[in-house]
Design a protein around this ligand. Sequence first.
Ligand SMILES: Cc1ncc(COP(=O)(O)O)c(C=O)c1O
Length: 446
Amino acid sequence: MSNSKFIRIAEVIEQKIESGEFPPSSKLPTHRLLAEDLKTTPATVAKAYKLLSDKGCLESFIGRGTFVRASSKLDKAIQATDQETDFNFSILQPCLEKNLSALKSAYKQAAELLTPSVIGYAEHSGHKAHREAGIKWVNKYGLKGATEENILLTNGAQHALSLIIETITKPGDTILVEQLTYPGILAIANLSNRRVVGVELDEYGLCPNALSSAIDEYSPTMIITIPSHQNPTGISMPESRKKEIAKIINEKKIWLVEDDIYCFLDDEPVAPIANFAPDYTFHISSLSKAISPAMRCGYLKSPDSQVTALNASIRTNIWLASPINFIVATLLIESGDAFQIATQQRIIANERQKMVREIYPSIEFNSSGYHIWLPLPEHWQPDRFAMEAKSRGIIITSGSYFCANNKSTKYIRLSLMSIGSKERLRDGLHELQKLLHSDLNSFFPY
Ligand SMILES: Cc1ncc(COP(=O)(O)O)c(C=O)c1O
């Protein structure tokens, strides 16, 4: 029990941060003072502070003390760690070791292709050859209608999302999202003062009826959906559901953002919603999940009517996405290597999905692509579970970071891809299983 006291203290502090009682940049009491208050030892308080610092909630400065770190939920949901001893289940990225040699050789080749024109300023929509490669990438996974004009180069999908939100909507506007969604979308809305409203999901994704009613009730400017291998629920929309959503979009004449970053994980391409509602849909894809997030290469197909506005925003914000990385992207796409790498990652993901089903045979959960959406036993609450796991060197993402409507959820998200070796993944899943089965939480009946 004493081993977990610091977790309990950390939890209380985190709740105070969440509620605003401890605002960003405020100073926390010294270890000694808080220990006196809580009738514990300074060492226990120090452990609680360390846990919260590792989680990105606090930061300490020698001689000045410990402060609440100004951070978004996104930082907490996705925790990059350098500690190889950790089992990190929080990052949705490809198995990078597998892609390293192809990337090294493409960057070497790219170095030979640098010319004064490539290393200079280019027009905001980037070089023609790089946009043509983007068309090949999106065509392969079923998108129709991409042209050299309407395909834009972005610094990854996150940039595309913020670009669209900033350009197409205004502060105070309402955006409809899936009731459980990628925290990066919630973070952009929060930062830019857009209101988000979550729309119900069923086993096929966004519910058409709920979507129609929410459009009538909230008069949103935009809807954002992740149709394939949805983050976090793992749901994929079949084509029939995509057509239903497209019908609503066309009838109500409302903007749709289709974040299709996981589409390459489908065994056979499923036509995106953009094919059925091209005048209103912004279709986003990126190489982050198939090849490497560090390349920051995204492709955004815009409705023709919005191309000029988006290009102007790109010019204002970043001038242009780095052509140097797009040389590499283009080499990989033109040679076919990009597609092979994507297929290999899909195969790895499928193997790992099989492994997790073997290890957790008695739990019913949604699993798809790179991750699983795991329900917790009744006695566990996801934030507390995440903290307890973290103290054991297991990093998972609490379901609470994905809730658009601030409703509670009893789930956690586990990436199956951020641990490089299969054996370590297996060990990590077993370690996590011990915690799932432990009734440690019952010591704290509040
Ligand atoms: C649904 C979704 N969209 C966008 C992103 C960000 O992608 P990128 O690295 O291309 O910016 C992620 C990353 O996890 C994601 O899950």
